[in-house]
Design a protein around this ligand. Structure first.
Ligand code: NDP
Ligand code: GDR
Length: 363
């Protein structure tokens, strides 16, 4: 039987990297779209790279951008994919308040461009489509826990753009009979999570604080509640959704909720620091019990103009219809992330001890 071909947009991102590995392990030929950048941006998938001269190669990268229809049409025509996973997006909620139009273009219209490319090329019978929808659609929550039927109330330009992506995917399914589905995924993390999302920011900072490479971690709203899972579990579900008899939308979540402060405590515990919380609101701070030093503080610049204060998913449909269960617990997720960041911090400290000056990006 011919190998199935998958095309992944956003292959250089967290989920793209996990999904590419997952599909290669399943025997797929995997094509990914990467953006042209002024420096290397493929760190998360470098180990998958195969020399173009290698026989039997199954992993291919194409330059492209979700803002460029002609480029998307050309790539899809060339690849003729059985499955398209649309993971590319300007995916940072806070950044979307600063770049709302760009976010609408890439995160919202980008979805339309891909669906149109499939339709224009006459591939709607062959190509199945996965849209990376999000729990941010629920925003100001109307019901707890949130499930497939919970009304949406987006609270950021990012979420509004994803709302467009959600509905255009449903519309192409109904109008053109395409196999197109939305995975409404709650937050999922991993050791390769982007460094400016709160979980990775916390694990990275606490590892560095433990090793004396940083003094304090500055955060915004520590009361925010999220349903955090592991990316590895969630990409399995993305694939499962495209293997069914008929296309449907699913909520993917763990069904367990923690606050940002809980995440700090769990990560601190993993690195071996006990945090004592003092004060409230903008004055709240976390003190290292052993040293008496303040290691966590609030910086209001991380507050968002409109916040999503609480999210908790109900994955019952995914469990009963697709037999999906998350395998990694919250504690295991935090441990894996902290362990990876401790290794990075040790490497960094070693360089400093040997006289190398390191460039530290700030967030
Ligand atoms: P990342 O931010 O890690 O990855 C986003 C990817 O999109 C990167 O590969 C990025 O490229 C690419 N990208 C950004 N802009 C463009 C563009 N204009 N054209 C082409 N590619 C572009 O996100 P995640 O992997 O965490 O998430 C994957 C998807 O799932 C996203 O759509 C996100 O919105 C959605 N989602 C994520 C959740 C999560 O908790 N992780 C939960 C729910 C939904 P580059 O590497 O060059 O920046
Ligand atoms: P989110 O993730 O907005 O849920 O979007 P993020 O990790 O950015 O924020 C989670 C919560 O933590 C609060 N917070 C902070 N957030 C960041 N980034 N930095 C801080 O310093 C900080 N302090 C507190 C936030 O206010 C928020 O309440 C992620 C993205 O992956 C989206 O693409 C995806 O759709 C959703 O998850 C589901």
């Amino acid at each position: 039987m011919a190998k199935k071909k998958a095309l992944i947009t956003g292959v250089t991102g967290q989920d793209g990297a996990y999904l590419a590995r997952f599909l290669l392990d399943k025997g797929y030929e995997v094509h990914g779209i990467k953006r042209r950048a002024s420096s290397f941006n493929t760190q998360r998938i470098d180990d998958l790279y195969q020399d173009p001269h290698e026989k039997g190669r199954r992993f291919f990268l194409h330059y492209g951008d979700l803002s460029d229809s002609s480029n998307l049409i050309r790539i899809i025509q060339e690849v003729q994919p059985d499955e398209v996973y649309n993971l590319a997006a300007q995916s940072h909620v806070a950044v979307s308040f600063e770049s709302p139009e760009y976010t609408a273009d890439v995160t919202g219209l980008g979805t339309l461009r891909l669906l149109e490319a499939i339709r224009i090329l006459g591939l709607q019978e062959k190509t199945r489509f996965y849209q990376a929808s999000t729990s941010e659609l629920f925003g100001l929550v109307q019901e707890t826990p949130q499930k497939e039927t919970t009304p949406f109330y987006p609270r950021s330009p990012y979420a509004v753009a994803k709302l467009y992506g959600y509905w255009i995917c449903v519309n192409y399914r109904e109008a053109y009979n395409m196999y197109a589905c939305n995975g409404i995924l709650f937050n999922h993390e991993s050791p390769v999570r982007g460094e400016t999302f709160v979980t990775r920011k916390i694990t990275r900072a606490l590892a560095r604080i433990k090793l004396g490479m940083q003094d304090c971690l500055y955060l915004g709203n520590m009361n925010a509640m999220r349903d955090w899972g592991h990316a590895k579990d969630f990409v399995r579900m993305q694939w499962l959704m495209l293997q069914q008899d008929s296309p449907q939308d699913y909520v993917i979540a763990t069904g367990e909720q923690h606050s940002v402060r809980d995440f700090v405590d769990a990560a601190a515990n993993e690195v071996g620091i006990e945090v004592e919380w003092r004060g409230t609101g903008e004055q709240e701070e976390g003190i290292n019990k052993e040293t008496g030093k303040c290691i966590v503080a609030i910086d209001p610049r991380y507050y968002r103009p409109t916040e999503v204060t609480t999210l908790l998913g109900d994955p019952a449909k995914a469990k009963s219809e697709l037999g999906w269960e998350p395998e990694v617990s919250f504690k295991e997720l935090v441990r894996e992330m902290v362990q990876k960041d401790l290794i990075e911090a040790k490497r960094e400290r070693l360089c400093v001890q040997h006289g190398f000056e390191l460039f530290q990006p700030q967030e």
